[in-house]
Design a protein around this ligand. Structure first.
Ligand code: BJW
Length: 240
């Protein structure tokens, strides 16, 4: 693919990019939603109804993310390289709550669905780093309230983060790339259409064609650790 080097690139990533790092996706056959109902763990109502269950779900995933054998893969590293070497503006928007993009070196990054390694205090609104289990007695480091911390993640029915900045970038980019996402959760699922309407080229890099595959002018299909580095090489060598 060729793109003028002054043009902006926006990349959207989803759970598929972290799959080969050992983290689970949501909607694949063996994904998270095949084991637990999203209504039980990923809505504000679920947290109100049964905070212990929701905390246990995220405590387990946080421990998994912090396990010694989990780290960024070649796809995360390739996107960090693209950010570093692309001469034009660049923005990485991830739906993932893991920190594997940061660990790979990405800096121009928005976590639109929040971050597992942060906690949000329902009493004071403060955010704090969080690398251990949350529970009914965990105090907020800002206000001291106990049992008011929740994972700083965006559940169904809640507003994703930094939407204004994301739509501004989508409206001015020359290329929108979507990778490792099934394209089923809005507003992220609408980004390709938005970018396309504003005149951007659109590319999907995924294991398989997603539900909104028709919105993309280009598609590359296979494991992220193979197709993402190859696409980044192509972009960096084809910059005109
Ligand atoms: C590989 C691979 C490999 C595998 N290599 N690829 C009706 C119509 C429109 C909207 C709605 C509606 N009813 C309700 C809504 C709104 C709702 C929504 O979209 N619901 C849909 C289900 C219909 N959305 C919301 O509520 C959002 N908020 C909102 O809309 O606010 C109002 C608003 C509107 C407009 C502008 C601004 C605001 C909030 C959504 C929050 C989603 N939260 C979760 C949980 C976060 C915390 C956590 O992680 O636990 O976010 S749900 C879950 O899904 C998580 C993910 O980020 C998200 C997307 O999943 P993702 O990443 O796409 O994963 P998968 O598993 O679906 O796909 C993986 C893909 O990878 C697959 O394609 C594989 O093939 C591929 N793959 N291995 C490459 N090795």
């Amino acid at each position: 693919m060729e793109l003028a080097s002054r043009q902006a690139i926006v990349v959207l990533t989803g759970a598929g990019i972290s799959k080969e790092s050992g983290l689970e996706t949501f909607r694949d056959e063996d994904g998270i939603w095949s084991k637990v109902k999203l209504e039980d763990v990923a809505t504000p109502e679920a947290f109100q109804r049964d905070p212990a269950l929701v905390q246990a779900f995220y405590n387990q995933r946080r421990r998994g993310l912090l396990a010694a054998d989990i780290g960024p893969n070649a796809a995360h590293t390739a996107l960090a390289r693209l950010e570093r070497d692309w001469p034009g503006p660049f923005l990485l928007v991830t739906q993932n709550i893991d920190d594997l993009h940061e660990r790979a070196g990405s800096k121009k990054l928005i976590h639109m669905h929040g971050e597992l390694l942060k906690a949000l205090c329902l009493a004071c609104g403060g955010k704090s780093p969080c690398r251990s289990d949350l529970g009914a007695a965990t105090p907020c480091p800002h206000c001291g309230s106990e049992g008011q911390l929740r994972p700083d993640v965006v559940w169904f029915g809640e507003m994703p983060y930094q939407m204004e900045r994301i739509y501004e970038a989508l409206g001015t980019c020359g290329l929108f790339v979507s990778t490792g996402t099934s394209g089923t959760v809005y507003p992220a699922a609408g980004f390709a259409g938005e970018a396309r309407q504003c005149g951007a080229q659109t590319a999907e890099l995924n294991l398989e064609r997603s539900g909104n595959g028709a919105l993309f002018s280009e598609g590359r299909y296979g494991p992220a650790t193979q197709i993402v580095p190859a696409f980044v090489d192509e972009l960096l060598s084809g910059a005109v």
